[in-house]
Design a protein around this ligand. Structure first.
Ligand code: ARG
Length: 579
């Protein structure tokens, strides 16, 4: 059910009937205030401008031709030519009843599924995951889950940084450590940061070791079995670190989704060769370069995109061109969506431009780099540890759970120790995720423990609490899972709640189109808030309530609980029965 689409369709028909060109946007929106009705049709203004007519007159013509008798209680002109539509409570009750009977809660299933590659998380394996990877991981995961729910064929690509010169040094150091009898996972790679630092020091202090490291890079790239084996050991250990984080974070990435830089190694010489043949790449200072006049700076100097270094090495950019071809041509992706921080913006513009010119991207594949802002500390600078180091993600998540446990301990509860563990985990992780996901993707935001763990405002604990509250009402009412009752709408709070439920698909559409999970966060917060208002205004378990009113309200509550659970699940946030 998508009320906005339905009204758009009806408005379009009316506009055609009165001779407005078919390409005029009916511009249907949700009303921003209750006095403007439930939805607004704003297309009369645009149409009037094109036809050089009075907008209020055009609005009246549209209203006269508009057939909304089944669903609207009133349609009124307001201001310069807005059409305010108020929906009938009976119609909303009917739609809500249909949604209640549907496992998808009334969200239609995509009838023309797209193949979508979602590239997210993608840590560099030389080091441990840090907070910078949090945003890519959870935003990408929420978008992937939403697309999947809608019915698209989603291919997750974890484009890990598992290739490149630094691995020469790391595996040479690993070999030394193993020769000294150091236990691989127990000691050597337990802390990747320490390992990296030690390897780097070894490299800087010992010329022979540095030579060996450089030699290992060459041998790695040419497929030398001994070096590959060491590399694989290192990669496995590092991937395990990421998997621990995914597990903690409740992120849906698995080993099968790994498709790192190394996977494209064999394609790279061919990529550069074809760029040369097509006259796109040329030699400059011994390197192979594509000059892009389209992205010239203000002095008209073309943007420089290096695809092969002097000496023959390939780069991050070459790999991304190969990934384009694999995703678009081999996998047939209709959409390619990539989540990284905003600093990589130019890189992806260059990749897309070159890939399109070279035919590595089909015309009907989109290439969507979705950047995100920086997570800031309370000092307004990028989030760091007290001593200025990078914050390890695993440690941050453990702290979230500890803090959530403290918050919960302050409340009186009859939960068992095991239940407290579970609630602390779900609330702590949920709080970190929701705080991040609820900010507009492209803005920087300040990381604040107290705000994210608060039970007031748009937070995970608030939504999780709303869910447990509904579940507790349903338990008290002693409903079985099979409970089913007709929904009737009399009170305004009932109507506002029904309207919110029926807007789920509208929110999802935006999330999927713009890759912006904050829309879903805002939607769920609005839904929970409307439930709280409904709960105050419309008693369910008090004496003297007519049984059909009581059952209708309980039925509405059942739907809201299911929707909160489903919506949070798309964000990768878990709910619980009590807290
Ligand atoms: N490993 C990169 C980083 O940590 C992100 C990779 C994103 N995906 C891509 N196709 N380049 O910055």
């Amino acid at each position: 059910m998508n009320i906005r689409d339905l009204l758009t369709e009806r408005a379009r028909q009316a506009m055609t009937r009165v001779g407005i060109p078919a390409d005029t946007n009916p511009a249907v929106t949700q009303s921003t205030r209750p006095e403007f009705g439930d939805y607004q049709i704003n297309g009369a203004m645009g149409a009037a401008k094109a036809l050089k007519k009075n907008p209020r007159e055009v609005a009246q013509q549209i209203i006269d031709a508009l057939d909304l008798s089944d669903l609207a209680a009133s349609t009124e002109i307001a201001g310069p030519g807005f059409i305010n539509v108020k929906l009938k409570p009976e119609w909303l009750a009917e739609q809500l009843t249909l949604a209640a009977a549907d496992t998808r809660l009334g969200v239609s299933l995509n009838t023309a599924p797209n193949t979508v590659v979602v590239d997210y998380s993608a840590p560099n394996l030389a080091k441990e995951m840090h907070v910078g990877h949090l945003r890519s991981t959870i935003i990408g995961d929420a978008v992937a889950r939403s697309l999947e729910f809608w019915g698209d064929k989603v291919i997750r690509h974890n484009h890990i940084g598992d290739w490149g010169t630094q691995f020469g040094m790391l595996i040479a150091h690993l070999e030394d450590q193993l020769a000294e009898g150091v236990d691989l996972e127990g000691v050597a790679l337990a802390d990747l940061e320490d390992f990296y630092r030690a390897a780097k020091k070894h490299f800087d202090d010992d010329e022979a070791f540095a030579d060996k490291s450089r030699n290992y890079v060459v041998r790695l790239q040419s497929g030398d079995a001994h070096v590959l084996k060491l590399w694989q050991l290192f990669i496995n250990a590092s991937v395990k670190h990421s998997e621990e984080v995914y597990e903690k974070l409740n992120v849906s990435l698995t080993r099968a989704d790994l498709r790192g830089e190394s996977a494209y190694n064999d394609m790279l010489p061919g990529i550069v060769q074809r760029l040369q043949e097509k006259g796109l790449a040329e030699e400059s200072d011994g390197a192979q370069v594509v000059f892009l006049q389209e992205l010239a700076d203000k002095d008209d100097n073309p943007s420089v995109f290096i695809v092969q270094k002097r000496g023959g090495g390939f780069l991050y950019s070459t790999t991304d061109l190969a990934a384009c071809e694999y995703r678009s041509v081999t996998l047939g992706a209709d959409r390619i969506i990539i989540f990284t921080d905003a600093r990589q913006g130019l890189h992806f513009k260059q990749v897309e431009l070159v890939a399109r010119k070279a035919g590595f991207l089909r015309d009907d594949s989109t290439y969507e780099h979705c950047p995100f802002g920086t997570m800031m500390g309370s000092d307004g600078k990028p989030f760091k540890t007290r001593t200025g180091g990078t914050v390890k993600l695993a440690e941050l998540l453990d702290e979230a759970v500890t803090r959530a446990r403290n918050v919960i301990a302050e409340k009186t509860s009859d939960l068992s120790a095991d239940e407290i563990d579970e609630v602390a985990r779900k609330v702590g992780i949920g709080a970190v995720k929701f705080a991040d996901l609820s900010k507009h993707r492209t803005s920087d935001y300040v990381f604040n423990w107290d705000a994210m763990l608060s039970f007031e405002g748009a937070t995970a604990p608030y939504l999780q609490y709303a869910y447990t509250r509904i579940r507790s009402i349903l338990r008290r009412a002693e409903l079985t899972d099979a409970f089913n009752a007709p929904i009737v709408i009399n009170e305004d709070a009932e109507k506002q709640l029904a309207l919110a439920v029926l807007r789920f698909e509208e929110a999802l559409q935006l999330v999927m189109r713009e890759a912006t999970p904050h829309v879903l966060c805002g939607y769920l917060y609005d839904l929970a808030s409307r439930f709280m208002t409904f709960y105050e205004a419309c008693p369910m378990l008090k004496d003297g309530i007519a049984p059909e009113v009581r059952d209708s309200r309980l039925m509405q509550s059942v739907v809201v609980a299911r929707l909160l659970k489903q919506g949070l699940e798309l964000l990768g946030i878990e709910v619980m029965e009590r807290m």
